[in-house]
Write a protein that binds this ligand. Sequence first.
Ligand SMILES: *Cc1c(COP(=O)(O)O)cnc(C)c1O
Length: 513
Amino acid sequence: MNTFHSTRGIADQLTSKQAIRKGIASDGGLFVSDSLGDVQIDLDTITDKSYQDIARIVLGALLPDFTQTELAECVGGAYGPKWTDSGITPLKPLADDYVLELFHGPTSAFKDVALQMLPRLMSKTNAAPNENDAQDAKARPEDVPADTQERIMILTATSGDTGKAALAGFADAPNTAITVFYPQGQVSPIQQLQMTTQLGGNVAVCAVKGNFDDAQSAVKDIFADRELARSLHADSRTVLSSANSINIGRLFPQVVYYFVAYARLLTDQVINVGDEVEFCVPTGNFGDVLAGYYAKRMGLPVSKLIVASDTNNVLCDFLTTGVYDRNRPFYTTNSPSMDILISSNLERMLYYMSDGDTELISSLMKDLKETGRFEVPAGLRSAIDEIFSCGWASESQVKSAIHDCWEQHHYLIDPHTACGYHVMNGVEADPLTPRILLSTASPYKFPRAVGESLQLSLPDNDFQCMDAVADATGTTPPSQLRFLETAPVRFKDVIPIEGMKDFVRKAAKKADL
Ligand SMILES: *Cc1c(COP(=O)(O)O)cnc(C)c1O
């Protein structure tokens, strides 16, 4: 049986559709399936396949209660002409290594890969009553079609890129609404404009006074608030769900590009089926690199997953010492999407690496909540060590990385990718194992940091920075970023963390069915 349950207990068993709808488990844990890896992807079948074909194969294994037709519809809709590269995530050589470019989607960041899929997957979860479990079916009057019954309101805290990518994915999607909170002053001006100019009748965007972790914790509390859930359902038939990378509908589409990268190396005859590769992944909430771990469990020959952090190096310390300790200063860096002290998806890795020890995970997460700290047993730590390695880049190392990568390879990288570039180059390479750096954002999302790194003299305005970077490098800003300069700002609210719940209530009322 391919069911999903919480990382913290196995009492509730859900189908993947139910888990996608629900987002996070009732006990605060994350949904996991014990059959992960039961289906191994046949690597011979993916060579020469398109991104879309590989997506159908990999997602078919991860989401068994979706029909092939449903998946084909979702994949076709998500990975179409909105992407500026027909290969969706092209693999490019970079000296002796490779870069997997994940930023060719509509918002120029890797989160598009997942967030163009999530709304489509979600729209298939509102199945006809007889396909739902008995309890669900009973709650619906028989004469009303299930898919006009409820609206899902996506609630997201973002450190920058998720917000826009989620807004772009869900804007005007039927039977959905979306509310996005971002930490005031802690996302780049371009990221902020990307969100505050978002079109769509079902969207709301709001700045909060606090950092990303504060906002994410508040969102988790809102999800756990049963009274709020009841009143939202009574008032506007709205159920809350998550687009953060804790949702399996967000996580699973990311597994695909690890296989795609491997397939491209097979096609180019850099490797043969079965040869090992390494991935270096700029990491924040641990979603992207976790997807690589899922790929490994599904048969992808990955020797190491290199976790790259920025100055907020809590994950790197954890992987080095076995102690996770969020009691430390929070730094605002040029890589805001990695400025995270609580990496939610780590919980899933710990679940699988501990062979599904829900008791252990519950107690670690209790420690984290109560003391901000936990320590894993030595056996678990050494198991993790076998697969994951890590490093981190300081702000000045990020700038040098952008500078050096341009000078040496004429390849322009953004500050997040630069963390990975720095870390990868600090690790000794095995000449027989190809290394793939995941590039997570277009350099033009962060034109000031990139321009400074290239030692350009920069104007005050970020759009003029884009032009300066373009002039200096002969590269071109994505049009969806350049045009933001003249797009009207729709959302100007700034609220305290304590005001978030009320904001959600109001947003649910406003975005009427
Ligand atoms: C979200 C993000 C990351 C971090 O990904 P996680 O899945 O949170 O680890 C890295 N780079 C960019 C540009 C991002 O948007």
